[in-house]
Structures are given as structure tokens and as C-alpha cells.
Design a protein around this ligand. Structure first.
Ligand code: PMV
Length: 347
């Protein structure tokens, strides 16, 4: 199984009504991105590594319209306030790059829980970057698209690609930082793990990851330690994927995620995404390991836990997680594809 990056066509015949449709999948980081060194350019403090999933795709259509402002429809409702502003700001970037001024109608449908720490912003902004670049006739190869998606949501830079993906922190500030901070696929698909998503909560989180990162970087004395360790974890993780060492991959991922949450717990004021249900799922993962099953947890900015294991163990792991309580629902994911344009948009 290999995942090749998309290459977008360059086409300058853009007019009102030009439309493109893109699909992208979420990714779950095994070495997390947590903290920006530049907020405007979305340059991360540390590099990160993820697996793109084959579930919960987002499909986004972008059409150029006549009209005084962008119109954004997310999951069937017209977006307003902060979620509208975030999309409109991203379109401003695309307009600046493409030298065009038309507004757009954006229609986006996400099939997973939104804003609940299950990477909906990653699939969302990867699909938006792909569709908007194409609709505005912006020639962008996969690396450029990854840098663009990064500006919408850092983790979206990784969802441009399928399989295992590294997002380089990049070097320097300003343009040098922008050019060097992109994601790329790293191979290693032979590991071919399963990832069980244990959904305990569909609610949107109370503190956005943007705000939580800001607060952690600014005030947690544990943050520098986590960030320093993350660079080492990234190196070790690449090697562990390469040699198909699932227990090592899992151990590194679990430690990195728990460390990220530990650093948040010591922010001022503290941020706590973990719920009693998350802890119950973490206990079940420990019990599985005590039973000899190589299962390892990771948790993003929310209460939901995802559990990495071998495909051969996926049914047992999923059943064990569901047995934790009625509040746990599971979905089983595997390595998934990168963002693609859908034939049918006119571009
Ligand atoms: O992409 P953002 O800005 O929503 O940040 C997401 C950060 C984590 O999901 C917690 C970790 C990661 O690397 O995806």
C-alpha cells in the first residue's frame, strides 16, 4: 500500500462559478504538535508525526461567487462568528496568493465529531486548502498545499498526505520559517496498524486548541521539557515505524501524549481535557497490556482516546474499550489516503 501525494493542476481560467471539490481525512499525531513559535504563520515549536486515517472524511466544495462576502456552510448550517472568520481569513490568504478578489461559497460536510479533539480541523482545512486552491486557479504542489493548510490549522498540513506523515518544524522565522515548515509522507506503511477511536464525548471542547497551546507555552513550566523530549521522540518514532516495532511506536506515542496533557495541567489557569471517561479508557488500555495485548493510547485536545494496536488485535481491543461503559462508542481506523480533488467540480 502506498500513498502518493496529490499534485494540483495549474489553471488560470478562473471565473465566477468556478468550483472545486476536495476530500480529506483526519490524522492522529503519534508525536504531537503542541505550541507555535509564530502564531500568524502557524510555525510550530516542534516537529510532529501522524497517521492519516481512513475514516471520518470531510468533503468541501468551494465556488467563486458574486457578492460582498464569503458564505460558509458547515455541516448544513450557515457559519457565523469565529468559525466563519477562520474560513474567511483562510480564503483571504488564497485570494492574496492567487491575485484574485472574488468571494466564495464554501460548503463543507464533516462525517466525524466536530471540534471534539478528533482532528476535524485537520481534515477540514486540508479539504478547504485543496478545494480553494483549485477553485482560485492557484497552482500548488502537495508541499505548497501542506504549507497553506498549515495556516488554517497546523495539523491540517499533515492531512494533505496519506499514511505516516512528518510535519517539519522548519527553521527560522518569517519566510524562511514558512518555506521550511511543511509535511511530507515518510513511508513505513508495512507497519499497517489499527487505530481504535474510543468516542466518549461528541461535544465541542470548551477551550480551543489554539487558546490551550498559547496558554501552555506561555505559562507551563513543564512545556519546555515536553518540547525538548518531543524532538527525541520524533527521531525514535521514525526508526520504530521503519523497523515495524509496534510496541515501541505505541510507547513513544502514549508517553508523548500524556506529557502534552501533563504540560497543560500545569498551565495557568490549567487546561484539563481528560474526563473521568478518558481515564477509564486509559485504564482499560493498561489492563489490555497486562493481558499481553500491545495496545497504546493517545489523546488529542479533547476527552476522546484513540488506541493503537495490531490489526490482529483490533476486534478484541475495540470490544474491551466498549465494555468500559455505555458512554464508549468505537470506530476502527487504518492508514488512509491523502487529500484528493473530486472529479465533478469543474476544476
Ligand atoms: O491543528 P490544531 O491547531 O487544531 O492543533 C491540534 C493539536 C493536536 O491535535 C492536539 C495534536 C496534533 O499534532 O494533531
Amino acid at each position: 500500500m502506498t500513498f502518493t501525494p496529490v499534485e494540483l493542476e495549474v489553471d488560470t481560467r478562473v471565473e465566477i462559478g468556478s468550483e472545486a471539490v476536495a476530500v480529506a481525512h483526519p490524522n492522529i499525531a503519534l508525536v504531537k504538535y503542541w505550541g507555535k513559535r509564530d502564531e500568524t504563520l502557524a510555525l510550530p515549536v516542534t516537529g510532529s508525526l501522524s497517521m492519516t486515517l481512513d475514516i471520518y472524511p470531510t468533503t468541501t466544495t468551494v465556488r467563486l461567487i458574486e457578492g460582498p462576502s464569503d458564505v460558509v456552510e458547515l455541516n448544513g448550517s450557515t457559519a457565523t462568528g469565529a468559525s466563519y472568520a477562520r474560513v474567511a481569513r483562510f480564503l483571504d490568504l488564497i485570494r492574496a496568493r492567487s491575485g484574485r478578489s472574488e468571494h466564495a461559497l464554501v460548503v463543507s460536510a464533516n462525517t466525524g465529531p466536530t471540534g471534539a479533539g478528533l482532528a476535524s480541523s485537520a481534515s477540514g482545512f486540508a479539504a478547504l486548502a485543496g478545494a480553494a486552491a483549485a477553485a482560485y486557479g492557484l497552482g500548488a504542489d502537495a508541499r505548497a498545499l501542506s504549507r497553506l493548510a498549515r495556516r488554517g490549522s497546523g495539523s491540517a498540513s499533515r492531512s494533505i498526505f496519506g499514511g505516516f506523515v512528518v510535519w517539519h518544524a522548519g527553521e527560522g522565522e518569517g519566510e524562511a520559517g514558512d518555506l521550511s515548515s511543511y509535511a511530507e509522507p515518510i513511508g513505513g506503511e508495512a507497519l499497517d496498524p489499527a487505530l481504535i477511536v474510543a468516542v466518549t464525548d461528541h461535544q465541542e471542547k470548551a477551550v480551543s486548541s489554539r487558546e490551550a497551546m498559547r496558554r501552555t507555552c506561555a505559562s507551563s513550566p513543564l512545556y519546555p521539557g515536553w518540547a525538548g523530549d518531543s524532538a527525541l521522540a520524533l527521531d525514535e518514532m521514525r526508526k520504530a515505524i521503519e523497523r515495524r516495532d509496534l510496541p515501541a511506536v505505541g510507547e513513544i506515542a502514549e508517553r508523548n501524549a500524556l506529557g502534552m496533557h501533563a504540560s497543560m495541567l500545569m498551565a495557568r489557569p490549567p487546561i484539563r481535557y481528560l474526563s473521568p471517561q478518558s481515564i477509564a479508557v486509559l485504564d482499560a488500555v493498561l489492563a489490555l497490556r497486562a493481558d499481553g495485548i500491545a495496545a497504546y493510547a493517545t489523546i488529542d485536545a479533547g476527552p476522546n482516546v484513540t488506541v493503537l494496536c495490531a490489526r490482529a488485535d483490533e476486534d478484541r481491543v475495540a470490544a474491551t474499550l466498549r465494555a468500559v461503559g455505555d458512554f464508549v462508542d468505537t470506530r476502527t481506523a487504518h492508514l488512509g489516503p491523502g487529500a484528493t480533488l473530486v472529479p465533478g467540480g469543474d476544476r
